[in-house]
Design a protein around this ligand. Structure first.
Ligand code: ADP
Ligand code: ZN
Ligand code: ZN
Length: 745
């Protein structure tokens, strides 16, 4: 038997080895093996079975070890790895490394513990003898005789101050026994679920939910690949649809992957899901998968899935690579979230990889959101995805009213810039008196280098690209980072002539101070990445907020995800339009998503909620359509713009970023390269740039970027990879290819 192995040794190649007799029984495609390369050992994944054509088989070395009797990469995962390598312009070895948790790659084994328990009780004379002859053994016996469950050996020995020789003696005499047991570490088992109200019994579905759930049941019964997009407004009960589908898939003997954007930010979703799953189907307790697991925890979870002991995993993006057996269903909650994109190599998109894995595994993929990405929505319109809709909130609760506050008027009134409008201050005071809670959001995607006129709300944008121009302070010019167009920065607003052209975002700290001034007696907490660096701080603040110990919570939209606080009756968005000035063609989409999601946080209990949105551009589509959460209206207009400019989702975008210490050199090589691509691939791609990146310098490194628009990603990536290898790049230049980027900075 000969196998081809993809070694995890820092290069992308298939090497062949012979399999000795003793390792053959469980050797298969996807197996994790240890092999010699030159004179070192490396782990690798079996990619093929069979002899190489170009190397005499009798000169091959042997596989040294087979780490598990089951494949570390299921067949669908191995195919997925190959697709990802070709699509995301990345070596297969890097993909395989991403797919396997570090603890698995390190070749660690099962984590076990030894336990002691009583086998038989001694009668009185026996006990007396033991007491007399071996008092330490008697002590251990007495302890174990009082326990109902087996006890951890290490703990017992240290607690009683005895050695292993003592327990060994009792084992030998058949009085106690020692067992080896796998340790289960269940992340968040106690603390994360604390304080969550978990309905033991599922609620009866309403008519819309039933229709969506029936459609899912039918889709799952087909047992073939398919994608459904669940578009349900905030509070419409999407989670119930997920739960029913999960239940069906498990009952049919299948496995399930449930993805959330960030586990740490969605503790409620995870806790609810776990609670319900455990109540519904106790034997399938879910594996929770996220970046803060210890190696041991992750390994345990991975093994439980790989051996089929557990069949469901809940986690962030990388859970899509969990070795779930007989995969039938993948759920992607909040599928529009940019957090699904990994911003380092391999730069994959969790949602897109989920759809591809479902395809390769013949499973169903369920994407859910209140504000689907236009990519997914267009697929639903084309009939490629099944569209399921929930248009009503549970119990027909109303969506909160949204007040749009025109900050231009506010500034005239206040005779200067203000952070908080009168409307928002009044509403906050009112809540404070009623002992109800307020959340204030600040845009995280703040981008200080765009120009916004605070008289008329005008933003300078590029006529070729329909994105905001970027202000460059050092030479006082505006640039389009997409096509490179540039002109002097105006001193007066080109539209209204005002000199109040500003470029500045608000920090959470400033907003917190402003709140303190108007509500001196309120208890205020700030929640942003700066304030949350301390571990567990996030959970602490959330717990305090839930307990009513905080009146006003100020934070970036990281606090907006999937949280459900019944006593929050006011939500304010302080700077709605900041995200519209980001030089990105998705700026409007992001703003609309933000507004709708934020509004969904208000009035989730019995009381009606109110939302106050402050903006300089009240007439903008993203703001107007969000007032009534009119997704269809927004999507229709926005898709039209995308189609006119042939932006995604009508074509794919590949972003090529060049970085280096010398801007002239960077520009020179980027231009040379662009010329070469134009010659070779001009018929496959449309190039834009190269141009300086909107953030043109990070940590003394200059950045240039080049964009390729194309309908055929894999083909273009293959060609680019070839060209890239032939091109004479200077040593001090780094270049990165990002396929389907979500951030264009
Ligand atoms: P979404 O994810 O769509 O915003 P959720 O799934 O969080 O909405 O549901 C909102 C609330 O409604 C939750 O507290 C949930 O338990 C409850 N709920 C969902 N479906 C029903 C139902 N059919 N009957 C009663 N309550 C429901
Ligand atoms: Zn103006
Ligand atoms: Zn332009």
């Amino acid at each position: 038997m000969i196998v081809g192995v993809h070694p995890l040794a820092g290069f992308d190649k298939l090497l062949h080895y012979r399999v000795p007799e003793g390792l053959r029984a469980h050797m298969q495609v996807g197996s994790l093996v240890r092999v010699p390369i030159v004179n070192r050992m490396h782990l690798g994944i079996v990619g093929a079975i069979g002899a190489p054509s170009d190397f005499p088989a009798d000169r091959l070395k042997n596989v040294v070890e087979l780490l598990h009797p089951f494949p570390a990469l299921t067949p669908d995962l191995l195919s997925l790895a190959r697709w990802m390598a070709a699509y995301y312009a990345c070596g297969l070895d890097a993909i395989i490394e991403t797919m396997l948790p570090a603890s698995v790659r390190n070749g660690a084994g099962l984590k076990t513990e030894r336990q002691l328990s009583l086998v038989r009780r001694l009668d009185v004379p026996e006990l007396e003898t033991l007491n007399r002859r071996a008092p330490q053994q008697a002590k251990l016996y007495a302890f174990l005789a009082q326990q109902f469950k087996p006890q951890r050996k290490t703990l017992v020995l240290s607690r009683l101050g005895i050695t292993a020789a003592v327990s060994n003696a009792l084992v030998k005499r058949g009085i106690i026994r020692e067992d080896e047991r796998r340790i289960e570490r269940v992340a968040y088992a106690d603390d994360w679920a604390a304080g969550e109200i978990v309905a033991a019994l599922p609620p009866a579905l309403n008519t819309e939910q039933r229709a969506a759930s029936d459609a899912m049941a039918a889709a799952l019964k087909e047992g073939t690949f398919g994608v459904s997009l669940l578009h349900g407004i905030t509070g419409s009960g999407k989670t119930e649809i997920y739960l029913h589908a999960i239940h069906d898939a498990l009952e049919a003997g299948g496995g399930v992957i449930f993805l959330v954007p960030e586990v740490a930010l969605t503790p409620q979703t995870v806790a609810r899901l776990r609670g319900r799953l455990e109540a519904l189907i106790p034997q399938h307790g879910a594996v929770v998968w996220h970046s803060h697991l210890s190696d041991g925890e992750r390994l345990d979870g991975w093994l439980a899935l790989a051996t089929g002991e557990k069949r469901i995993v809940v986690g962030a993006r990388s859970a899509i690579f969990a070795p779930v057996q007989n995969l039938r269903l993948i759920v992607v909650d909040e599928e529009h979230e940019p957090a699904y994109k990994q911003d380092e190599t391999p730069r994959y998109h969790g949602r897109d990889v989920a759809v591809m894995r479902a395809k390769l595994a013949g499973a169903h993929c369920l994407l859910g959101s209140a504000t689907p990405s236009l990519e997914s929505f267009l697929n639903a319109q084309n009939g490629r995805y099944r569209l399921l809709q929930l248009t009503q909130r549970i119990d027909s609760r109303k969506l909160p009213d949204i007040d749009i506050v025109d900050m231009r008027i506010e500034i005239m009134r206040a005779r200067g810039l203000t952070t908080l409008s009168r409307r928002l201050v009044d509403a906050m005071r009112d809540r404070h008196e009623k002992r109800e809670q307020t959340i204030l959001f600040i845009n995280r995607r703040g981008y200080s280098s765009s120009m916004l006129c605070s008289e008329c709300g005008h933003v300078e944008s590029c006529e070729h690209c329909s994105i905001a121009m970027t202000y460059h302070r050092h030479d006082e010019r505006l640039r389009c980072h997409l096509c490179g167009a540039e002109r002097p920065a105006p001193v007066r607003c080109p539209k209204c002539g005002s000199i109040k052209i500003r470029w500045r975002g608000l920090g959470t700290q400033r907003v917190e101070e402003a709140v303190k001034r108007v509500l001196p007696h309120a208890r205020i907490e700030r929640m942003d990445t700066d304030a949350m660096t301390k571990k567990n701080r996030f959970r602490e603040v959330l717990a305090q907020f839930r307990a009513g110990k905080i009146d006003v919570l100020v934070g970036t939209q990281m606090i907006g995800k999937g949280l459900d606080f019944p006593n929050v009756t006011l939500v304010g968005l302080v700077d709605a339009d900041i995200s519209m000035h980001v030089p990105d063609f998705r700026a409007n989409e992001r703003t609309f998503q933000l507004l709708v999601q934020v509004a969904g946080r208000a009035g989730r209990g019995d009381r009606a909620g109110e939302v106050v949105v402050q903006t300089f551009t009240p007439q903008a589509d993203a703001i107007q359509f969000s007032r009534h959460a009119d997704y269809a209206g927004f999507a229709a207009g926005e898709l039209k713009v995308r189609q006119d400019f042939r932006y995604p989702p009508y074509r794919h975008l590949i972003q090529h970023v060049f970085r280096g210490p010398n801007p002239e050199k960077l520009q020179f090589f980027a231009e040379q390269w662009a010329r070469k691509v134009e010659q070779a691939l001009g018929n496959l791609v449309e190039l834009r740039g190269p141009a300086p990146s909107p953030i043109e310098k990070i940590k003394d490194e200059y950045r240039y970027q080049l964009w390729y628009f194309t309908a055929q990603v894999t083909k273009v990536v293959a060609e680019l990879t070839k060209l890239r290898a032939e091109f004479a790049w200077p040593d001090d230049m780094i270049q990165v290819i990002d396929v389907d980027p979500v951030s264009l900075m």
